[in-house]
Ligand binder design. Structure first.
Ligand SMILES: [Zn+2]
Length: 227
């Protein structure tokens, strides 16, 4: 058995049987996976439970029921969720040069919509897209064709540094997210725009954080620092 991640999904490869079997978990907005001993409290709050032969359970819990668990047979690369994904942003293949090339092919899209598009680049969600664009000083409605080389460089650097930091801090617990041991992530305290509507900008500019809608998603910006 091995556990990995692709884009925003957790993949558990199972060791039994001749043909490979994997479990795919998508936590979506509010899901969590717990690894607990059999008999651990709150079993009834889990929607899916796997009992392991070591006396532990894997419990998938999702109070908002947007998430899901799937059993994949054979080569996982052919699963619909996994076959059309863009590059992993923290991998060696996602270089600045490649990012520049990718943007050139989508000159008229909104930059935030592209960052959220899993077939463009995998694994960036709404919170991180807002934080990356604030870091870069770029408005989410900008189109790649209008971005300077410096702006593209700052977006690229923001993607790498913010995702790395968020992983180090074990993610962002807005409401329900916990890791497999039930611990909350600490990255919320590092948010600079997300969830800070009406607060003064952390850059001490004269602006305050504004909430708008871009690509159908709640979007947080500093109208002074982001251009
Ligand atoms: Zn500002």
């Amino acid at each position: 058995m091995g556990v990995g991640r692709r884009a925003k999904m957790v993949i558990v490869r199972l060791s039994s049987g001749d043909s490979p079997l994997s479990l795919l978990f998508h936590l979506m907005i509010a899901g969590s996976i717990r690894y607990v001993p059999v008999g651990y409290p709150e079993r009834e709050k889990a929607q899916v439970i796997f009992t392991l032969d070591n006396g532990y359970e894997i419990r998938f819990r999702d109070p908002r029921k947007f998430g899901y668990v799937k059993l994949l047979k054979g080569d996982i690369g052919t699963a619909p969720e996994l076959s059309r994904l863009g590059p992993e942003p923290l991998s060696g293949e996602f270089t600045l040069e490649r990012f520049q090339e990718m943007l050139k092919r989508r000159p008229n899209a909104k930059i935030k919509a592209l960052l959220l598009d899993q077939s463009f680049v995998a694994g960036i969600g709404n919170i991180y897209a807002d934080e990356v664009l604030f870091h870069a000083g770029v408005l989410p409605t900008r189109q790649p064709g209008s971005l300077s080389r410096d702006e593209v460089g700052r977006i690229y650097e923001g993607i790498r540094s913010i995702l790395t930091k968020a992983i180090e801090e074990h993610g962002s617990s807005i409401a329900t997210y916990v890791d497999i041991f039930g611990n909350k992530g600490n990255f919320v305290s590092f948010f600079k725009v997300y969830g800070r509507t009406g607060e003064p900008c952390v850059n001490n500019c004269p602006g305050e954080i504004k909430k708008t809608k871009v690509a159908g998603r709640g979007t947080h910006i500093c109208p002074v620092c982001q251009k």
